[in-house]
Design a protein around this ligand. Structure first.
Ligand code: NAD
Length: 243
């Protein structure tokens, strides 16, 4: 897909990987919808300064009605929804024995149900357009599991299930659906980890450095620009997981 003038909705994109993805698509000339539970004016202004349209939609992706509003507002403002990036996500890390039911439910509700909600609403528009690209943020821990992340890894493995099923259901109408599995990327989500955890993670990365949000954004562009790739998962992890 040529991204110039297209509409790109990125959930959870007022910071971190989502904001880097929004900027990468804006640099290709796409109009951007920034969704988050808070959208600072600075984020919108930074994208607008790149010469493209940008709106912010404050909404919780785990809420079925609010998530539909994101797609409605995107269509009202820009006339189409061409790319959806399901990026919004949270962690509530804890060992299984100490994990509260709420820690499990919250992570599944936002990471997995949020991806379902947005994919359902966006695909309605994309099916009519007979065009679209859906890109889901999974994680390497959705592939290999992780101590202290049973809830998170379950949600991210579920995202891969959504990706492959949506790819099969929507492919006939020219809609692709792919997933990115980032490893250890420098964002506010990982900045809070202890130095011990950070060193242990770095020791598992053959390329010897933490990834940057921009590394992940390049994979999102790759998926959006290629119309003949669907149902795939690309790890962006410095070689942490080799399949
Ligand atoms: P981040 O915490 O910096 O950003 C996540 C954004 O999602 C935040 O702005 C947050 O406000 C928003 N958000 C949370 N709940 C929301 C909701 N209900 N509705 C709308 N927005 C909501 O995290 P990040 O590191 O940039 O992660 C982005 C994505 O990449 C997540 O899905 C995460 O699981 C995934 N990921 C990150 C890493 C990493 O190392 N940082 C690794 C693997 C996967």
């Amino acid at each position: 897909m040529d991204l110039k003038g297209k509409t790109v909705v990125v959930t959870g994109s007022s910071r971190g990987i989502g904001f880097a993805i929004a900027k990468a698509f804006a640099a290709k000339g796409a109009n951007i919808v920034i969704n988050d539970i808070l959208v600072p004016d600075e984020a919108i202004n930074e994208i607008k300064a790149m010469g493209v349209g940008c709106i912010g939609v404050v909404a919780d992706v785990s809420d079925f009605v609010q998530s539909e509003e994101i797609i409605k507002k995107a269509k009202e403002e820009f006339g189409s929804v061409d790319v959806l990036v399901n990026n919004a996500g949270i962690t509530r890390d804890c060992l299984l024995l100490r994990m509260k039911e709420k820690d499990f439910d919250d992570v599944i509700r936002i990471n997995l149900k949020g991806t379902f909600n947005m994919t359902k609403h966006a695909s309605k528009v994309m099916l009519k357009q007979r065009r679209g690209a859906i890109i889901n943020l999974s994680s390497v821990v959705g592939l290999m599991g992780n101590v202290g992340q049973l809830n998170y890894s379950a949600s991210k493995a579920g995202v891969l299930g959504i990706t492959k099923s949506a790819a099969r259901e929507l492919g006939g109408r020219g809609i692709t659906c792919n997933a990115i599995a980032p490893g250890f990327i420098k964002t506010p989500m990982t900045d809070v980890l202890s130095d011990d955890v950070k060193s242990a993670m770095l020791a598992q990365i053959p390329l010897g450095r933490q990834g940057l949000p921009e590394d992940v954004a390049k994979v999102a562009l790759f998926f959006a620009e290629n119309d003949y790739i669907t149902g795939q998962v690309v790890n962006c992890d410095g070689g942490m997981v080799m399949q």
